[in-house]
Design a protein around this ligand. Structure first.
Ligand code: F0G
Length: 494
């Protein structure tokens, strides 16, 4: 498949009252766009959590004490927490009400049946197996499908998925389209599987492959969507080669919104219809309900195959819990059942995606290199591109993340050489890209928070050329980015 420029998606409606206007995504008007030009947060706030204000001097001390690792901060010392969109969203009043209805019976709870019906309404799989979060579903799945010598292709595996594949002795391969590797390239479905590569891969090493996966949206690749056509074609190829086709569905509703906006012929269809089409060609899915189910915790594994389900449930009982609660309490199952009916709401999805577009447009205007087009759950900044004077092995992403905290109290996450640089043989290599992810929690922050984030980047622009890099002073053997300690190299402190 050739690398071609996708349509320009930059001209879009914005959240800002007086500047907004064109409800278009470069492919025509946004379907179902509201009559008014301002896209408002489609909720009122009933319960608030105060943000504790801090000074720059305090933050410099906090981050130093945390070994310059953002994961080491206390969350009360963070003003805007964009570390992750996972489990950090606001639940609705109906979700909190549903929590009171939670039935905590060990077996056969009605809360499970409501949860199961809500999942099957969108994802019509025969067996729905609740787990405490997405990685538990992955661990169960790959304890069955993985194993020494096996290979599992995906557009891009998320870290925990890859971790679980590798823990089983198998290898995970990423076959995303080439366009995904150019941060500035605008393409409507930058998360798509490269179908030619998948065909060739299965022809060459099909014997070792138990299943083909797709991550929707492609988190590790910038929260970029996968088209319905690509999902169907991937399923067709997998099935023609006799392989199971599985979806990591964490951000399925955001993905469906992009399909509705960008894929020819999909604009008039409802989000639940599009979601059902995505999953009806799959043989199973893993899910982190901390994303597009509006949960603070939860997940599931769903499959059609009876034998696979039986093995998975046996594993579940050993490691998570009985099959009608898995790793969750009855109240969590209720919150998710309700959350699944809210996440497919178009007013919510329009506002959700527009928030990211809004931030991306403004960072772009400031000259900050960002992954384009805006992704579904996060804004990704190209730190290597913005801080070219910092060598990748001095971690430009970490330098940017620390500076954002010191200047503005924003907590973000390095996705680059700190996360991926350490090689199995102990050597260190620059990652493919040094990105900083600003993940946007669901229904949690408002437009003024977004404006504040942009303002912090504006302040940073004035001093960024003086920022220094970091060295790692102490690191664990695996997954170092969570706990390692850094020391600043030469440079001006933010
Ligand atoms: N798959 C994807 C695509 C994810 O983004 C995540 C989690 C998981 C699986 C694992 O789910 O956390 O419930 O065990 N992503 C979070 C993040 C942690 O910050 O992107 P989990």
């Amino acid at each position: 498949m050739g690398v071609e420029r996708g349509p320009d998606l930059r001209a879009t409606a914005t959240l800002r009252p007086h500047r907004v206007v064109v409800a278009t995504n470069g492919l025509g008007p946004i379907s179902g766009a509201p009559q008014m030009k301002t896209i408002i947060e489609p909720f009122r706030i009933k319960s608030v959590e105060p943000i504790r204000m801090t000074t720059r001097a305090e933050r410099q001390r906090f981050i130093r004490e945390a070994g310059y690792n953002l994961f080491g901060l206390r969350s009360e010392d963070v003003l805007i927490d964009l570390l992750t969109d996972s489990g950090t969203g606001a639940m609705s009043a109906p979700q909190w009400a549903a929590i009171m209805r939670g039935d905590e019976s060990y077996a056969g709870s009605p809360s499970f049946h409501r949860f199961e019906a809500a999942v099957k309404n969108l994802m019509p799989f025969r067996h729905v197996i609740p787990t405490h979060q997405g990685r538990a579903a992955e661990a169960i799945l790959f304890s069955i499908l993985g194993g020494m010598g096996r290979r599992i292709p995906s557009n891009t595996h998320f870290d925990t998925t890859r971790g679980n594949i590798e823990a089983s002795g198998a290898i995970g391969d990423d076959l995303v389209i080439a366009e995904a590797r150019d941060p500035a390239l605008v393409h409507p479905f930058k998360g798509n599987m490269d179908l030619d590569r998948l065909e060739a891969y299965l022809a060459e090493q099909g014997e070792q492959v138990p299943c083909v996966m797709l991550t929707i949206t492609n988190n590790a690749g910038g929260g970029q969507p996968v088209s319905l056509g690509n999902i169907q074609a991937t399923a067709e190829i997998a099935h023609r080669h006799g392989k199971l086709f599985l979806i990591d569905g964490c951000r399925f509703a955001e993905n469906a919104w992009f399909i509705k906006q960008r894929e020819p012929g999909q604009g008039e269809r409802s989000i639940p219809e599009i979601v059902r089409d995505c999953f009806s060609v799959a043989d199973g899915m893993t899910m982190s309900a901390k994303k597009d189910a509006f949960g603070n915790i939860g997940g599931w594994l769903a499959v059609n195959d009876d034998d696979l389900a039986e093995q998975a449930r046996a594993h579940l009982i050993r490691t998570e819990g009985f099959p009608t609660y898995g790793g969750m309490a009855g109240r969590d199952l209720e919150a998710l059942a309700q959350g699944l009916s809210e996440i497919v709401d178009e007013d919510y999805l329009r506002y959700r995606i527009q928030t990211n577009i809004y931030i991306v447009e403004r960072l772009d205007a400031l000259g900050v290199p960002v992954v384009k087009p805006a992704g579904g759950h996060a804004v990704f900044v190209d730190a290597r591109g913005w801080l070219p004077h910092i060598d990748p092995l001095a971690y430009p992403g970490q330098a940017l993340a620390v500076a954002l905290y010191e200047i503005g109290g924003i907590r973000s996450c390095e996705i680059g050489t700190v996360m991926f640089g350490r090689q199995p043989d102990g050597s260190e290599r620059p990652a493919a890209m040094d990105l900083v992810r600003l993940a946007i929690p669901r229904r949690t922050y408002t437009q003024s928070h977004a404006d504040y984030v942009v303002e912090v980047f504006g302040d940073l622009a004035a001093i960024k050329d003086g920022l220094g890099g970091y060295r790692i002073a102490r690191e664990p053997k695996a997954l170092r980015h969570f706990t390692c300690a850094f020391e600043p190299l030469e440079g001006v402190s933010a």
